[in-house]
Ligand binder design. Sequence first.
Ligand code: M6R
Length: 365
Amino acid sequence: DKGQYKHYMLKEIFEQPGVIQATLNGRVGKGEINTQLFGDSAQQLMDSVQAVQIIACGTSYHAGMVARYWIEELAGIPCQVEIASEYRYRKTITLPNTLFVTISQSGETADTLAALRVAKERGALASLAICNVPGSSLVRESDLCLMTQAGPEIGVASTKAFTTQLSALMVLTLSLAKTRGLDSTLEAELTDALTTLPAKVEEVLALSQRVEQLATHFADKQHSLFLGRGALYPIALEGALKLKEISYIHAEAYPAGELKHGPLALVDSEMPVITVAPGNELLEKLKSNMQEVRARGGELYVFADQHAGIEDQEGYHILHLPKIHPLLEPILYTVPLQLLSYYVAVIRGTDVDQPRNLAKSVTVE
Ligand code: M6R
């Protein structure tokens, strides 16, 4: 039931504070993370992990890309991420003591399941599924699972499944990091930040009218470019995927540093450029990328935090977001991009919940 909402997608976007909370419950305590995510017997196994290989498709793959930044930074474990349909068909080298992590909303994605089966033959230490559907094939076939608590997701465009995957992945990262010497101050900082995350997401949702107004600028655009750096680069990819799948506007995403290496040639006044630019250490570099866009007449849509020092000016449309711990920015900054694609699709009159040519669950190759 869509309740007061016009579409399931909008309802699911607005459910995020609650389902993120549900995904964190029991896993994040006051000032500390629960390291017993999989019970006593799995603890030894988790302690012996020396490498992480993440596999997924689509939006779930973008969650994996974010997790790579987290796992390498906080847990200090080498982490690779690959699209399931690529991984399964190439010869890969499994590093010793590899934890093989699959991410899937449905748990029934054919390529992800096939990759899991292949990984077992390739000698992974153990498999762990991050999944939203209890009892799904992926959960049944994996050694361990960490369930997201998003509840049923009806809209084909994944929204709450993604932010709960990210929340679960941060919990997993912190749990791996803790037994590998994570600084307790940082642990407390991050667990506190996770505790405030649902309320911050709520604050972003309260900006939906402003996002709806920005969306009017996209009504008759053909193309768009999304830019981000660091762990916000996968969020740019996810923003572009959302926009293309429900509004049918061609959208590409680049790490901002690649702009000069090709895509800048596309920029003119007809090419809106969307940047996710929280006030993190990479902001200064992103600012000069934005100037390059402006110099070519490109209109910028900037999602930045209040303290980023970016203000509305000609050619810049700014949406200020609440400040959050830098490591959690990927979760928070996803939300306005979901809203943007939603409102653009509504303006263009597309079938938001059931975009053409797509299925919710891709159970065949
Ligand atoms: O169920 P899964 O998470 O395994 O599905 C993977 C992709 O098919 C899925 O994330 C798809 O990209 C989304 N519908 C995009 O919004």
